[in-house]
Design a protein around this ligand. Sequence first.
Ligand code: AMP
Ligand code: ZN
Length: 149
Amino acid sequence: MSQHTYEPHCPFCKIVRGEIPSSKVLETDDAVAFLDINPVNPGHVLLVPKSHHSNLTDLPDLTAAHLGALVPRLCRAVQAATRSDGFHLVVNNGRAAGQTVDHGHWHIIPRFYNDPVHWPWPHSQYAGDELSQIQGRIERELNPPSSDA
Ligand code: AMP
Ligand code: ZN
């Protein structure tokens, strides 16, 4: 009996349990990496926790740390195996960011100097005190005032 949480309609949970086929390249007690079935470039790999968490913000710290620790080795292997010139490490979180499978995952996407992928995305500029306002808001979210103060 698996100790991992499972969502019956989730394709990545099905891959974790071997209920649908996948091309796995790495498996640990708590994580699996497999080839994306519709790659941006050949060698495009997805790294997923074995437990179902809808997105990155739901991951327990220990699970995130375990997956994060696998990333450099996995990226080295993808880059060496594909002889790529670089790679993207991407998380699409939420529909607005293009997430289509609600089981949090990292994309490792090999990149080549002559590939047809469009990058970079457009950058903008801050106006007025917008930058410091946002900096302050994020800092307060990370360090909320204690409730018993
Ligand atoms: P995202 O859009 O960030 O949620 O990424 C989901 C990714 O999962 C897409 O790149 C899909 O091509 C990929 N994908 C969906 N179903 C499968 C599957 N059964 N096996 C491998 N990759 C899949
Ligand atoms: Zn799942």
